[in-house]
Design a protein around this ligand. Structure first.
Ligand code: CP
Ligand code: NVA
Length: 300
């Protein structure tokens, strides 16, 4: 049987995703009780990261340790991939040795190419186009805070980037409405906007977008690989900071979400991210629990 990959949320069905969130909550509770979660002794996870990471790396390594496996972190600085060995050959070789590959890279096509040559499950740990593991943790966090997400309203303010794209896919798969407020030139990819037109509304004005929302989400204005554009982006995103005044337009009890790392004073004010509506630390922790459930689903 070919390996089952998780390159984007649509690689799982809505029913599988709902089950995964339930399972993640169970695994979280069991972990808090101190229950052993060893299920994969002697199994090996390779983590191939071509970009920096704190949360994704630490949560996958910790999750796999709790599950009893061994993980190896492979940086392009140290492996032959960084000296020009192809991703196809790297995938062929690594998948002869390990049970699962967790990959963070630049283009989504590069990840797809790698997965096409892997005989073991490949997990997307972030590409320029999608960040599906983040959404597993975010939906778990929402569920803990607000209960069922179906028919509720989330608003993404800022760059129509990888995290925003995964929120768009989540809207269809988890059955909620998403509004995206982004400046011209920084809107989500046109193909995704067309695909999700029934559940995602794209707006120019954050003030209008946020009105009555159950959650306000943002992300950095310059993602990894866009460092050279930082100054131009700061100018383009003026007026898109999530501050207390913007949060006040959302529904009472609305939560603030951010995948982190954050830049206080740019996409979010310190008052909001460090304030009572912020659930960002739960989001970070939930990476651990949600990814355990993902590993179980893919590995059986
Ligand atoms: N949210 C997230 O993926 O963080 P890292 O880049 O630190 O992994
Ligand atoms: N959009 C950000 C997310 C980091 C987790 C980036 O790609 O850098």
């Amino acid at each position: 049987m070919p390996a089952r990959h998780f390159l984007t949320l649509t690689d799982l069905t809505a029913a599988e995703l709902a089950g995964l969130i339930t399972r993640a909550a169970q695994l979280k509770a069991a972990h808090k009780r101190g229950q052993s979660q060893v299920r994969y002794p002697g199994r090996v996870m390779a983590m191939l990261f071509e970009k920096s990471s704190t949360r994704t790396r630490a949560s996958f390594e910790a999750a796999w340790t709790h599950l009893g496996g061994h993980s190896m972190f492979l940086s392009p600085r140290d492996i032959q991939l960084g000296r020009g060995e192809t991703v196809e050959d790297s995938a062929r070789v690594l998948s002869r040795m390990v049970d699962v590959l967790v990959v963070r890279t630049f283009s989504h096509e590069r990840l797809e190419l790698l997965a096409a040559h892997s005989t073991v499950p490949v997990i997307n740990a972030l590409t320029d186009r999608f960040h599906p593991c983040q959404l597993l943790a975010d939906i778990l966090t929402w569920t803990e805070q607000h209960g069922d997400i179906r028919n509720r309203t989330a608003v993404f303010v800022g760059d129509g980037n990888n995290v925003c794209h995964s929120w768009m896919e989540a809207a269809r798969l988890f059955g909620f409405r998403l509004r995206v407020a982004a400046p011209q030139g920084y809107r989500p990819a046109a193909d995704l906007t067309a695909t999700y037109v029934d559940c995602v509304e794209i707006l120019d004005d954050p003030q209008t977008a946020v009105a009555g929302a159950d959650a306000v989400i943002t992300d950095v204005w310059a993602s990894m690989g866009q460092e050279d554009e930082a100054a131009a982006r700061q100018a383009a995103f003026a007026g898109f900071e999530v501050d207390q005044a913007l949060m006040a337009r959302a529904a009472p009890g609305a939560i603030f979400m951010h995948c982190l790392p954050a830049h206080r004073g740019e996409e979010v004010s310190a008052e909001v991210i460090d304030g009572p509506q912020s659930v960002v630390w739960d989001e970070a922790e939930n990476r651990l629990h949600a990814q355990k459930a993902l590993l179980e689903l893919l590995l059986g």
